[in-house]
Design a protein. Structure first.
Length: 241
């Protein structure tokens, strides 16, 4: 792989990834709302907590589920299109993987918005679909079975497909696929450190459950995940005794 082409792939992916459709569309439809100041109201409490992200999920808390889904689709396309172009221009090379990683960095740490962005679920999923749509479907479905049906945990259902992505990509693409998926997971983990710190603080203060319930009430995405989990959790009796 050529160094200059790698740098151009990084630049292309990062700049496209830095486009914040959540901010753009929210500004058009709800100009008085600043997504960076969104708060989650803890259940049965006057306490609030910062949402801390600026992406499709945050926008859906203001604009509703349909607009949240539209923004998620745009977030996918802003990385998928440069990836597709790079793969078309350089068949047999891995510049499109470089562009995907750079796009995720741009989405999560956008240069246009003081490096405060989302967490990249839509970006990663869109990239996964382009690379191996069967793998995307299998990993997401398996993650939902693990989180919703077996463990009854919406959060595990939501993120476990990212972990499953690594062995799948290693199987399908070999070492480049494994390295790619591990880097993607590392960027995601680094991005959610603020949320991890917040949850640990809520645990210490005894407010974790109230925070999670408040998140379910505030976010259409999390509310939908919670409803699906409540309906599908087959092993409930083993965990609730």
């Amino acid at each position: 792989m050529d160094t200059m082409t790698i740098l151009l792939s990084v630049l292309l992916g990062y700049l496209f990834g830095s486009i914040s459709f959540a901010r753009i569309i929210t500004r058009l439809l709800a100009p008085d709302v600043d997504l960076t100041t969104l708060q989650v109201q803890l259940k049965d409490s006057s306490q609030t907590a910062d949402v801390g992200i600026v992406g499709a999920n945050a926008a859906s808390m203001v604009l509703g589920a349909r607009w949240g889904m539209a923004i998620a689709l745009l977030d996918m396309l802003k990385v998928v299109v440069p990836m597709a172009v790079l793969r078309w221009l350089y068949p047999g090379e891995h510049y499109h993987l470089v562009g995907s990683i750079a796009g995720l960095l741009g989405h999560n740490f956008p240069v246009f918005y003081h490096f405060k962005g989302g967490r990249g679920f839509s970006v990663i999923f869109g990239s996964f679909i382009l690379l191996d749509w069967v793998g995307a479907v299998v990993c997401v479905f398996s993650g939902m079975v693990l989180g919703m049906v077996l463990l009854g945990n919406p959060m595990i259902a939501y993120i476990s497909w990212l972990w499953l992505m690594a062995p799948w990509m290693a199987w399908r693409l070999g070492m480049p696929g494994l390295i790619y998926s591990l880097v993607i997971n590392l960027i995601f983990v680094l991005s959610v450190i603020p949320e991890i710190r917040l949850m640990l603080r809520m645990h210490r203060e005894g407010s974790y459950r109230a925070y999670i319930e408040g998140l379910y009430n505030s976010s259409p995405r999390w509310r939908g995940m919670k409803k699906m989990t409540d309906r599908l959790w087959l092993l409930r009796s083993l965990f609730t005794k």
